[in-house]
Design a binder for this molecule. Sequence first.
Ligand code: G4P
Length: 553
Amino acid sequence: MNNVSEAANTSIPSASSDATARAGDIEREVKRRRTFAIISHPDAGKTTLTEKLLLFGGAIQMAGTVKARKSGRHATSDWLDIEKQRGISVASSVMQFAYDDCVINLLDTPGHQDFSEDTYRVLTAVDAAVMVVDAAKGVEAQTIKLLEVCRLRNTPIITFINKMDREVRDPLEVLDEIESVLKIKCAPVTWPIGIGKRFQGVYHLLNDEVLRFVPGEAKAGQEVETLRGDQIEQLAKQCPAEMQTMRDETELIMGAGAPFDLQEFLGGQQSPVFFGSGVNNFGVREILRALVDWAPSPLPRETDVRVVHPTEPAFTGFVFKIQANMDPNHRDRIAFLRICSGKYTPGMKVKHRRTGKEMKLANAVTFMANERTRMEEAYAGDIIGVHNHGQLQIGDVLTEGEALTFKGIPYFAPELFSRARLRDPMKAKQLQKGLRQLGEEGAVQVFEPLQDSNPLIGAVGQLQFEVVEHRLKSEYGVDAVFERAGIHTARWVTCADKNHLGEFVKANQARLARDVDGNYAYLADTGVNLRLAQERWPKIQFHATREHGQQLN
Ligand code: G4P
């Protein structure tokens, strides 16, 4: 008997009225979901905003909970210790809370020393992003990188310009920088009245009201004082210079820029902009409202065969992150699965697309910021964690039987490269095996240079090397050290004309390698070298990403 169809039959009631009720349930639940990530450069205020969003959402009772974890993580570079901490805080990777009848999933984008390919991949599992910009620093490097990833899927972006209580830069200048550097149109929704010590609050352009800023950590639940009509005129008498500047600037904006347009936001072309001060709880509620009112509920997802709609009754989902060794005594891993359609119920049986095998989702972990509440069901937009022993890889798809593969979960061109040097040369075979498996799992990317038998390991964050070094030792008994290789970046190469690709390969043997799926990757020593190669070989396409499991050549 086919257990998968049996599972499908048991989970879909046969009576059509029940089926209709279930479809209605799914539709209602999907509509309430908002799944997003915060993108920012280190120190812009992501942790602070995360914490405040959780406080406002009632998911934590006390400020400092998220922060404590962050500082804890940074106190150690020992991966095991980091993992031990994570063992008790898996939920921190995905924080779910309710706000105004919406179920909000906030996915953590690991930053600082935790920056890795996972950081990028998390962005493939969200439907929107909040971009935090430090008003004193403007657009910074990591934000640029993360926004590029959001752009791959035209993810809608809400912008929060933070730290207005400090002596920061001219807001018009910051806005201009966002538009020119990130190439996204800005639609200010709030505008600051004064900055730093003279920061009075913000004017809400859509509601024609002023939200007053009170320095010091106001209570999360406390209503912000809101001024309208005559009250705004009163404020203009109290701080005429700040109010006049605000009026001049908003006039300029409204004259020159386009007003907020929901469709443009949903298409990823325009970002509503909010000014605030996360640490003072100021502007946080507006971000939550923007998420609830404007951010999309889970979107349809493209696959190799058809588009999957989130309200379809059959369960589908894909793995976007693997977390290994939660408990060092066990070799189990947690695969983070983004649900794309249907309903998850504990114990349900699903089919693993890549191997064709059946899996029971009996011990899936569900994530609640309030860990005491156990979630018994999950819908599109939600994330579940599936315990496994290495069967699941990044990009893998679980369905109730249908054979499909989701698109848009790419590998990203590594930015750091190393070679593994064995301390014990007898362990070459184990090293090969370990690297292959860890490469398949997505912990790092492994490249085999055409002219060198020593594999190159590619990553986007240093932590990935530390993790792999540690896991090679503990799981494969291989004592290896990673030595940095002088490579700037990799680009996957393709060409419609196979003969031409052959010529390119012949002429560039020394710079080419094959990835885990056998695709050619061009390894550039420098940015200049890459540009020269692109100029010399205009018919060859150089790709910064590639889909999982995709055979390019
Ligand atoms: P991150 O996760 O993006 O790295 O940033 P995080 O929230 O940790 O914030 C970085 C620093 O900026 C912290 O200061 C934090 O308190 C501060 N900060 C965040 N939002 C605001 C704001 O609106 N106004 C001001 N003035 N500061 C803000 P820190 O000194 O590194 O830590 P702490 O000792 O203050 O906790």
